[in-house]
Every structure is written in structure tokens, then in C-alpha cells.
Design a protein around this ligand. Structure first.
Ligand code: PLP
Length: 430
């Protein structure tokens, strides 16, 4: 495979875009080499600027649950664009979106649209602070809640990928109210709650973490967070930017049977268009302006093109709940196949998998939090990544990201992937 055009584009991009990319993980810095520049995508496949096809395991970091270029979404966008692309004024589409989400996530009473997952989490935190009158909050090492200042303390995703310990530009003041502890460590949460009694507004958590690879909550962990929040008068925020409408129609809340106070969504509810949302219980959400004084706004929020795209995807998922089950089955099939070839390979590995999220860590211990994810062999992951890329399999370019499956993947694609993994493992062991 020639990489000439990608190399040329990357050099050109670096002349005018910081690092050549508009989001850091895309730069391939942690896996090395030249990022692939894409031109089109259809179903389970991506096509780069040289026409090379890849089987996609990123799904635009989550939203392409039914594959790229899902016809009903494409048609709905085309029709909406003919009518209007933005009003900056209310539309019926926004009501439909709010009503649809409420019908799928029963504990959401009120929901506000924003433009990204970052905005959703930032706004949910402000609401929790405004509601409780407290400043501090707890987040978990390796969880990523977007790039707003308070969340960049011990964050996952690109912050972990690039091993950035302290993000310059985040003031000590902004960081000082962020309390952190290890994911899955309920004792540490109890201790933070005791040491900061009456001062903590919220706990924010990715119920199934996807930003340090895929990491599952231990039994009792999320239940424990719920209990501590109840005991201490804190707001429990589930960041379902990755989990929502993927793990179940009602997201992680439904799948894991936990009732959060606030929930945040992102890319999925725009079917790949730039969207986010935060919502939850009425008595908390009523503090949001213009009902209350917790100010939050957005010129493009509830954008009609993004709304119609997301509505069309969510309606399809709701109308055919078997789709998510099919997707889970495909992920299980892939997991079983990977398990077989990794076992035969004979070196340490861990596959974490939940629903249609999955990741492989080269590790000889269970990967249950950021420390264990970071202790895995990331050098081997780099080789693995490139060996697969060469074989037309596009994985997230970091060991600290989950893979996301899409339902356009066929059994043949999954078999090809398993074979490519087998060959790649043989190649990197040489
Ligand atoms: N929360 C989680 C769990 C995420 O995975 C992400 C992004 O990947 C965000 C928040 C931020 O979303 P965005 O990149 O749309 O700002």
C-alpha cells in the first residue's frame, strides 16, 4: 500500500493546523507513522484518499452504530438541508428529540441540547454545582469527560495517550476543585466523601469506561456511587457520551440498572453530526436558565440538521431493538475469535468487552483502572496497530481507547479481522 498521498497531506496539514489534526489522538503520535486521511465511508468500511479500504472499528468514536452512510439518515439530512440549516430559534424537531430521548431513558425529565460531549459534561457539572451550592466534584483517573478545564485532571483519551500529567493553561484554581481517585475503587470514593464532607457537588463517571481502553465497572461499584451520592447529597452524573443508545436503548443506566441524577450524551444522538445533550431529574434540571439562573446557551444548539440525523438514527434503534442485540452478538463473535488466536499466541493479553465496546491490552494482569491500563505493553500495541492497519483493519490509534463495533459489519468482516489479528500477532512476535 502506498502512503504517498497521506504523507503529502499530513505535511501540508502541519503547515496550518496544530500537529496537522483537529483532535490530538488523530495524529498517530502514540502509535507513530502517518495518519490516514479519509475521503468516504460506507457501511462498515472507510476509504482513504488513495482508495484503500479499511474495516472500521472506531465508528467515528461511537455514533455510527448502524454503519456509515446509513441511508435513512443520509436522506433525512438531505431533505432538511433543503429546508434550512440553522435558525437560532425553536423548532419542532428539538421537541421530538427531547420526547424521543425521554421515551427511551425514563428518568430523564428535562433535557437540553448542546453541540458536543464536552459542552454536555461541562454544563452538567455547572448544573450540579448550581443545584447543590458546592464546588468540588469527583472524577476517575483515566475517564474522559471532554476538554473543559476541570475535567483535564488525570484524564483519559488523548491526555492519557500523550501522558500529559498537568495540562498547561488549566489554572490551579480550576483544577483544585477536581478530586480524583481510581476507577472501581469505592473505598477511595468513600474517603474523598468523608474528607470533603458537605463540599462535593457531584460524582461524574463513565459507567462503562471507554477512554483508557474499555474498562468494566466491578459489581457494586456504580451501586456504591449511587449510595454515596444519596447519603452525601451529591449529584450522580453518568457520562453516557459513549455508552448511551449503544449499550441499550436506555444506555448504561438501563443495562446496569442504576438510576443517575444527570446524564450526558454526545455524538451518538447526532448520528455523527456535532451534538451533545445533558438532562435528568426535573428538580435538578429546573435550575437551568431560563427556568433558573444556571446559565447555559448555544447559538447552534438544537441545530435542525443535527437533530434530524440523530432522530432518524434513534428512531431506527427504538423501532428495531434487535439491532443492538445483533451488534452485541457480533461483538461476542469477534471477542471469541480474538480470544482463540490470542490464546494460541501464548503471550499475556486482556480482552475487556461490554456490549459492542471492546479493547485488547497486552497485559498480564486484569485491566480494571487507569494504572493497570497504563501498565500494559503500549510498545507492543503500536506494532499490533500498524500490523493491522497494513491489513486494512482500522483500530483506534491508541491503547487508551475502546473499539466500537457497528452493525454493518458482516461475519465475513469479523472473520477477516480475526485472521488479520492472527497474522499480525505472528508478525510482531518475530
Ligand atoms: N465524554 C466521553 C465519555 C467521551 O468519550 C468524550 C469524547 O470522546 C467526551 C465526553 C467529549 O465529547 P466531545 O469530543 O464531543 O466533546
Amino acid at each position: 500500500m502506498s502512503i504517498d498521498k497521506n504523507t503529502t497531506l499530513f505535511s501540508r496539514a502541519q503547515q496550518s493546523i496544530p500537529g496537522g489534526v483537529n483532535s490530538p489522538v488523530r495524529a498517530f503520535k502514540s502509535v507513530g507513522g502517518t495518519p490516514v486521511f479519509f475521503e468516504k465511508a460506507k457501511g462498515a468500511y472507510l476509504y482513504d484518499v488513495q482508495g484503500q479500504q479499511y474495516i472500521d472499528y472506531i465508528a467515528s468514536w461511537g455514533p455510527m452504530i448502524l454503519g456509515h452512510g446509513y441511508e435513512p439518515v443520509v436522506k433525512a439530512i438531505q431533505q432538511q438541508v433543503e429546508k434550512a440549516t440553522s435558525f437560532g430559534a425553536p423548532t419542532e424537531l428539538e421537541i421530538e428529540m427531547a420526547e424521543l430521548i425521554k421515551s427511551m431513558v425514563p428518568n430523564v425529565d428535562l433535557i437540553r441540547m448542546v453541540n458536543s460531549g464536552t459542552e454536555a459534561c461541562m454544563s452538567a457539572l455547572r448544573v450540579a454545582r448550581g443545584y447543590t451550592g458546592r464546588n468540588k466534584f469527583i472524577k476517575f483517573e483515566g475517564c474522559y469527560h471532554g476538554h473543559a478545564d476541570p475535567f483535564l485532571v488525570k484524564a483519559g483519551s488523548g491526555v492519557a495517550t500523550f501522558n500529559i500529567q498537568t495540562v498547561p493553561g488549566v489554572t490551579a484554581g480550576a483544577a483544585s476543585d477536581t478530586l480524583t481517585c481510581a476507577y472501581n475503587d469505592l473505598d477511595a470514593v468513600e474517603k474523598l466523601a468523608t474528607d470533603n464532607k458537605g463540599e462535593i457537588a457531584a460524582i461524574i463517571v463513565e459507567p462503562v469506561a471507554g477512554n483508557m481502553g474499555c474498562i468494566l465497572p466491578k459489581p457494586g461499584f456504580l451501586e456504591g456511587l449511587r449510595r454515596i451520592c444519596d447519603e452525601e447529597g451529591m449529584v450522580l452524573i453518568f457520562d453516557e457520551v459513549m455508552n448511551g443508545f449503544r449499550l441499550a436503548l436506555g444506555g448504561a443506566q438501563e443495562r446496569l440498572g442504576i438510576d443517575a441524577d444527570l446524564v450526558t450524551y454526545g455524538k451518538v444522538i447526532g448520528a455523527g453530526m456535532p451534538v451533545g445533550a445533558f438532562g435528568g431529574k426535573k428538580q435538578i434540571m429546573e435550575v437551568v436558565a431560563p427556568l433558573g439562573n444556571v446559565y447555559q446557551a448555544g447559538t447552534l444548539s438544537g441545530n435542525p440538521v443535527a437533530m434530524i440525523a440523530g432522530l432518524t438514527l434513534l428512531k431506527a434503534l427504538k423501532a428495531t431493538p434487535e439491532l443492538l442485540m445483533e451488534l452485541d452478538d457480533k461483538t461476542q463473535y469477534l471477542k471469541d475469535g480474538l480470544e482463540e488466536v490470542l490464546k494460541a499466541w501464548g503471550q499475556p493479553y486482556v480482552i475487556n468487552h461490554f456490549g459492542s465496546m471492546l479493547s485488547i491490552h497486552f497485559s498480564n494482569q486484569p485491566v480494571i483502572d487507569f494504572a493497570t491500563a497504563a501498565a500494559s505493553d503500549t510498545v507492543l500495541f503500536k506494532k499490533f496497530f500498524h500490523a493491522l492497519l497494513k491489513r486494512g483493519i482500522y483500530l483506534p490509534p491508541s491503547a487508551f481507547e475502546s473499539w466500537f463495533l457497528n452493525n454493518a459489519l458482516t461475519v465475513d468482516d469479523l472473520d477477516k479481522t480475526i485472521r488479520a489479528v492472527k497474522e499480525s500477532l505472528e508478525e510482531i512476535s518475530k
